[in-house]
Design a protein around this ligand. Sequence first.
Ligand code: SF4
Ligand code: SF4
Length: 353
Amino acid sequence: MALLVMSEDYVRALIGKLMKETRVVAPHVREGRKQWQFADVVDPGRVALEYVSTILPPKKYAFPTEDDLVHWRTEEGFSAEPVLSVEPLVLFGVHPCDIYGLESLDISLTDTYVDPNWVARRRAMRIVGIDCLPDEWCFCSSMKTCSVSSGYDLFLTPINNWSEYVAEAATGAGAAMLAVAEGREASSHDLAQMRAWQNDKLARQRDRRINTEVNDLPLHFTGFADSVVWERWSRKCYSCGTCNTTCPTCFCFDVLDKLKLSLDEGYRSRVWDGCMLEDFAVVAPHENFREERHERLRHRFYRKYAYLYTRYGRPYCSGCGRCVRQCLADIDPVKVINDLLTEARKEAAGHGL
Ligand code: SF4
Ligand code: SF4
């Protein structure tokens, strides 16, 4: 494991060097707001190294909001060709929760069907991770995603109050980045600061916890289907789908046909969809098998903390907090899960268990 301590100036100089070779995207502050978004780097000096969370997760670079999949024509008989636009890309400044999100989609999008668009873009992608400190919405400590041991080429841990970064290469691509970077050798004091960073991250979430071990969630969820909690929380829900679209582990999509006016050419495309939207579960002949808001909220939670957890052995929630950070109704996974646990315990006590 190669380690190098880089000053902030050296980190920005490294971004500049990478830009000469490849497209680089990184977090930037949105003008006039305390919000961040991943965007193409034009000036390394404007990259936000110290940020809480971006509005959309970086999955949008491998799984765009709208993606043409097939181009078809009928000019000389019917023909159809797959569409795939891929370019080498460095995702710079990705937090551990979002690295976890990308790795989760690597699993689900290569499971029964290997999604060629996702795979090609992920293969063309290099990841430079960076560590962070939680705000009042993050709950990565409950989900055990405060740190990751894979899914990145290079990882930067801030030390000395964000003035320096310990850079750790995990792959050949990461080592190649370090080879062109400037810095100094890491000391034992630097390594102690890296460890202290992790402890600080956990300590800051002491009062924001899911009241059970994450591994026990699928078991708990076997008893939550009829809980009164779904109805209670869903009364506030606007069915806007923001929690789906901002989530780094959601991957549902709809398929649309886009016709040219000539009607002899078109694209079959996919667009992001979300299970909290009212028409998500509509099937012919306009039957909606999750018509009620509480049914949609329950389904979303079961997907994240039970169905996909059981199938893939990991929660499909990284604790990034985006869903509640952006939710107009303050529907918070931590509070909903803790309410479910409390109600279940009350019910069990009522039965003398
Ligand atoms: S963001 Fe909030 S209000 Fe919108 S669908 Fe999700 S839970 Fe409901
Ligand atoms: S469910 Fe919410 S907290 Fe969990 S990964 Fe999705 S957006 Fe983040």
